[in-house]
Design a protein around this ligand. Structure first.
Ligand SMILES: [Zn+2]
Ligand SMILES: [Zn+2]
Length: 796
C-alpha cells in the first residue's frame, strides 16, 4: 500500500521534490509552535477519530492545505480513502474549516503520512481539479513569495493562478468533430440510418470541425446519432482549438536576425556564456536608449529556444504595444502575449498552451513571471526600473525579485535590461553579486542628444501663465519649419490639476480622498484621479462658499490647447489615458505619427518609452518638477529616469535631435546628471546619499498601512500595533527600527483614513522574524485594516 502511494502521490519519504518537502513542513512547524488554539480552526477535529484508534494507522494519508486567508498557516487534513489515489499537490480541495466547519476552498501543497499521530484531524471533503493547477515549482515559488512579502501561501496561490484557470480547470474540454480518415470506406460497407447519413453530410459539407452543438443543430438531430457514428469510427473528436483570439493573431512576416555591432555582440556573448553554463546568474544589461537591447534579448532567446526551452520576457504593461509584440512574432513562430486586457477564456487558453510547451516565448506584464512553462531557459525583464513590476495589492511582490528566485530555482539566467537601472539593481551589479554588461553607445554610433536645461522661473511667457517657455517655443518653430517632428512630455492629465479658491486659499478636494480634483474640460467634469469620483464644474468653494474658484496648473489638455493656439498650422495629437480609451487607438495614433501625419505628439508616460521615430528631432519636457517634488525617497531617481527615457525618444535618425527640459530647479543634481547622460555619476552620488539616509538598497523597508472609516480608531490601532512591534523587537533582540505611526502622505483615500508606520532593518531576516513573531499577539480590532508592504515602491 505504501509503495503505491509513493508512486502515485507526492510522498516525503523518497520525495521527488525535496524543496517542496521542506516547504510543507517549515510552515507547519510555525503553526504548531503558535499553539493548539489556532489549529482548531483548520484540520484538527477534537470530535473526530483519533489516528491511533484507527485500525490501519500506518496507511493513513494526510494532506497539507493552505487557504486564501491572511492567517498564513498550513493545515493538516486526513485524506479519506476514496480520494487517496486522486489527491496531488497543486490541486484545489474543499475542506471544513473553523469551529463552524464551513466549507472553504484551499490548495493542497503536500501529501504524505501524518507527521503527528497524536492529533485528531478533519478530513478533506472533495477534490476540485483532476490535474494539479500548480506544478511543484510554482508551489515552491508561491511559498517563497508568501515568506518574502509577509503574506500567506494561500493568498499567493490564489493570486498567481489566474481566476479563469481556476474556474475552467474543472470543466470538460470542449471537443470538435470531423469525419475520420476511414469514414469514406466505412460508409460503403456500413448501413447508416437517414439521420446518421444527414450528420455525415453536414460534417463533410462544413469543411471544418464542428462543435457538437453546431453539428446537432445543423443536422436537426440529438446527440444519439453522433455518439453512434463515433462508436462506429466514422467521426473523430478533436480537442477544441478554435478560439476567437487564437487565430486572430495577425500574420507577421519572418525577419532574419539583425547584424549586431561590436558592443552588442560582446554583450550577447556574455549572456550566452551564462546560458551555456546552465546555472543561475542575473545579468544587468545596462544599455543607453537606442543601444539595441531588444535585438540582444531576441538572439539570446533564439539560443534557448534551439535547446527546446522557453523564455519569458516581462515588459511594462504600457510597453505591450502592437509594435513590441510584432517584433517578437516576426522572430518566433509561437509567441504568447499575456496582458491585463485578456478575457478570462483567452487567459485560460494561453495558460494551457504554455503549460503544454507549445509556446516558445511568453511576452507579458508583471504576472507573466508565473507562466507555467515546462522547460524555462531564460527570463528577461525589459525596463527593469519600471515601478509597475511591483504589485500594489496582496501579494505585493516585485516581479524582478520573483524572477530572480525562479531563475535560481530553475538554474537559468535572468537578464535585466534598462538604460536607467534602479539603484537596487545597480548596487548589486556594482558589488559583483550580479554580472554587469554595458552598452555605452547607440547602434550605428548615433550620439545621444544634447539636453538643454531651461530655467522657467524668469521666463517671460511662463510668468504670464504659459506652459511652453520662450526657448522651447523657438526650438519647436525651428524644428517644425524644416519638417522635423516634436514630442512634448507632461505627466499630468486633464486640463487643470488644481481648483483653487481665491478667497480662502483652499484647493477643492475629492469628498472621499485627500486629493485635489482635476478639471477635465473636454468632458466638463472635475475628477479625482485616485478613486474616479467625478462631478460637474465647481463654481463655489466647498470650504467657504466663495464663488472665486480658479483653475490652476497645466495638464495635457491645457497644453494641447496652448500648442494649437501657438502652432495653428501644424497637426497636434494628444496621447494620454483619456484620449486613448478605445482599444487600438494607441496603435492608430502612433502609426499616424510614424507616417508623418502628425507634427507634434504630446502626452503622458504613454509616450515616454519605447517610441523610435527617426524624424523626431526635438523633445520637450514641459515640467520636470512634477516628479522631483514628490514626497518619496526615490523622487530624484524617478526624475533622472524620466528625463533619460524621454530624451531617448530623439536623435534616432541622421538628422540628430535636441532635448529641452523646463524646470524651476535647474541646479538639481538629478536634472543636471540626466542632461549630461551621466548615469554613473548620478548613481554614485545618489547611493552615497541613500547610505547616509539609511535608505534602500542599504536598508530593507516594510511599510505597514492602516485604513479605516474612523480616524481616531485608525490612529489608535496604528499606535497599538507600533507599540506591540517595538516590544517584540526588544524582547527578541531583533535589530529592526520601527518609525511612526504617522498619517500617510495621502491621509484619506476612497473614504478611508490612512496611517502608516515604517519598519527598517539592514537585512530582510530580522524583519521577517519580527513580523511572524508579532503575528500572534497583534492587537485585534475590527475598526481598521492593516496591510504590510515589503520593499514598497509607493510611499503615498
Ligand atoms: Zn474658499
Ligand atoms: Zn477620490
Amino acid at each position: 500500500m505504501l509503495a503505491r502511494i509513493a508512486a502515485t502521490c507526492f510522498n516525503w519519504a523518497g520525495s521527488p521534490h525535496p524543496r517542496l518537502e521542506q516547504a510543507g513542513f517549515r510552515r507547519k512547524a510555525v503553526a504548531v509552535a503558535r499553539g493548539r488554539q489556532q489549529n482548531l480552526f483548520g484540520g484538527d477535529d477534537p470530535a473526530g477519530p483519533a489516528p491511533w484508534e484507527l485500525a490501519e494507522q500506518q496507511d493513513l494519508l494526510a494532506a497539507q492545505i493552505v487557504f486564501n486567508l491572511p492567517a498564513g498557516d498550513t493545515w493538516t487534513y486526513l485524506v479519506p480513502d476514496p480520494l487517496r489515489d486522486l489527491i496531488q499537490p497543486g490541486q484545489r480541495v474543499r475542506a471544513p474549516f473553523g469551529r463552524g466547519n464551513r466549507m472553504e476552498t484551499g490548495f493542497c501543497v503536500a501529501v504524505g503520512p501524518p507527521e503527528d499521530y497524536s492529533r485528531r484531524l478533519k478530513s478533506i471533503a472533495e477534490i476540485l481539479d483532476r490535474e494539479p493547477l500548480a506544478p511543484p515549482e510554482m508551489l515552491e515559488l508561491s511559498r517563497w513569495i508568501g515568506e518574502r512579502y509577509l503574506c500567506s501561501w494561500g493568498q499567493v496561490l490564489n493570486n498567481v493562478i489566474p481566476a479563469a484557470v481556476r474556474k475552467q480547470a474543472g470543466t470538460r474540454v470542449v471537443q470538435s468533430l470531423q469525419p475520420s480518415a476511414e469514414a469514406p470506406l466505412l460508409m460503403q460497407h456500413l448501413k447508416l440510418t437517414p439521420l446518421q447519413q444527414r450528420v455525415m453530410q453536414v460534417l463533410e459539407q462544413a469543411g471544418r470541425p464542428l462543435r457538437i452543438d453546431e453539428l446537432t443543430e445543423a443536422a436537426g438531430c440529438g446527440t444519439g446519432p453522433v455518439t453512434l457514428l463515433r462508436q462506429k469510427g466514422l467521426i473523430e473528436a478533436l480537442r477544441e482549438r478554435k478560439s476567437s483570439h487564437d487565430l486572430e493573431q495577425e500574420e507577421v512576416a519572418a525577419v532574419e536576425d539583425l547584424q549586431l555591432n561590436e558592443d552588442q555582440a560582446g554583450a550577447l556573448q556574455q549572456i550566452q556564456a551564462v546560458i551555456e553554463s546552465r546555472a543561475y546568474r542575473t545579468i544587468l544589461l545596462h544599455g543607453v536608449t537606442g543601444s539595441g537591447k531588444t535585438e540582444i534579448y531576441i538572439q539570446a532567446i533564439r539560443e534557448v529556444v534551439s535547446y527546446g526551452r522557453q523564455a519569458i520576457v516581462l515588459v511594462p504593461e504600457i510597453s505591450l504595444t502592437p509594435q513590441t509584440i510584432r517584433r517578437f512574432r516576426s522572430r518566433f513562430p509561437r509567441v504568447a502575449v499575456l496582458h491585463s486586457h485578456l478575457s478570462p477564456s483567452e487567459r485560460h487558453w494561453y495558460w494551457q498552451q504554455i503549460s503544454r510547451g507549445e509556446v516558445q516565448v511568453v511576452v507579458g506584464a508583471r504576472s507573466a513571471v508565473f507562466a507555467p512553462t515546462p522547460h524555462l531557459g531564460l527570463i528577461v525583464i525589459d525596463e527593469e526600473h519600471e515601478t509597475t513590476f511591483k504589485q500594489d495589492t496582496t501579494p505585493r511582490y516585485h516581479a524582478r525579485e520573483v524572477a530572480r528566485r525562479r531563475a535560481e530555482m530553475e538554474q537559468i539566467p535572468l537578464v535585466l535590461g534598462t538604460a536607467t537601472p534602479t539603484l537596487e539593481s545597480w548596487w548589486r551589479a556594482d558589488q559583483g553579486e550580479d554580472l554587469l554588461v554595458s552598452l555605452p553607445r547607440r547602434v550605428s554610433s548615433l550620439p545621444l542628444p544634447p539636453v538643454v536645461i531651461v530655467d522657467i522661473r524668469n521666463d517671460p511667457q511662463c510668468s504670464r501663465g504659459a506652459s511652453i517657455g520662450r526657448a522651447l517655443e523657438n526650438a519647436m518653430r525651428t524644428t517644425l519649419n524644416v519638417g522635423g517632428q516634436v514630442i512634448l512630455f507632461l505627466n499630468l492629465r486633464g486640463f487643470a490639476p488644481t481648483l483653487w479658491c481665491r478667497a480662502c486659499g483652499e484647493s477643492v478636494r475629492c469628498p472621499s480622498c485627500d486629493i485635489t480634483l482635476t478639471w477635465h474640460r473636454d468632458r466638463q467634469r472635475s475628477i479625482c484621479h485616485f478613486c474616479d469620483y467625478e462631478t460637474g464644474a465647481i463654481t463655489t468653494c466647498p470650504s467657504c462658499g466663495n464663488a472665486g474658484i480658479r483653475y490652476l496648473g497645466t495638464g495635457t489638455q491645457r497644453l494641447e490647447e496652448e500648442v494649437k493656439a501657438k502652432f495653428g498650422g501644424f497637426r497636434c495629437l494628444r496621447m494620454d489615458s483619456d484620449s486613448m480609451r478605445k482599444p487600438g487607438s494607441h496603435d492608430t495614433a502612433l502609426a499616424a505619427f510614424g507616417a508623418g501625419e502628425v507634427d507634434i505628439l504630446l502626452g503622458t508616460q504613454m509616450i515616454a518609452k519605447g517610441l523610435d521615430f527617426p524624424n523626431v528631432t526635438l523633445v520637450g519636457v514641459v515640467d520636470a518638477d512634477t516628479m522631483l517634488s514628490q514626497p518619496d525617497l526615490r523622487a530624484s531617481e524617478r526624475t533622472f529616469q524620466l528625463i533619460a527615457q524621454v530624451a531617448g525618444r530623439t536623435g534616432r535618425g541622421d538628422r540628430g535631435g535636441r532635448v529641452f527640459v523646463q524646470t524651476s530647479s535647474p541646479a538639481d543634481p538629478a536634472i543636471l546628471r540626466a542632461a549630461e547622460h551621466d548615469y554613473l555619476g548620478f548613481a554614485t552620488a545618489e547611493l552615497r546619499q541613500r547610505k547616509e539616509a539609511e535608505a534602500p538598497p542599504f536598508q530593507v523597508l516594510a511599510r505597514v498601512i492602516f485604513r479605516g472609516e474612523l480616524e481616531p480608531q485608525v490612529r489608535e490601532g496604528a499606535k497599538q500595533v507600533a507599540g506591540h512591534l517595538r516590544q517584540v523587537a526588544e524582547e527578541q533582540k531583533l535589530a529592526v527600527r520601527v518609525l511612526g505611526p504617522a498619517p500617510a502622505p495621502v491621509a484619506r483615500l476612497r473614504g478611508m483614513f490612512r496611517y502608516h508606520l515604517q519598519l527598517s532593518a539592514s537585512e530582510l531576516a530580522p524583519l521577517q522574524q519580527l513580523w511572524n513573531a508579532a503575528a500572534s499577539g497583534m492587537p485585534e480590532n475590527s475598526t481598521f485594516e492593516l496591510t504590510v508592504d515589503v520593499d514598497p515602491v509607493s510611499m503615498r
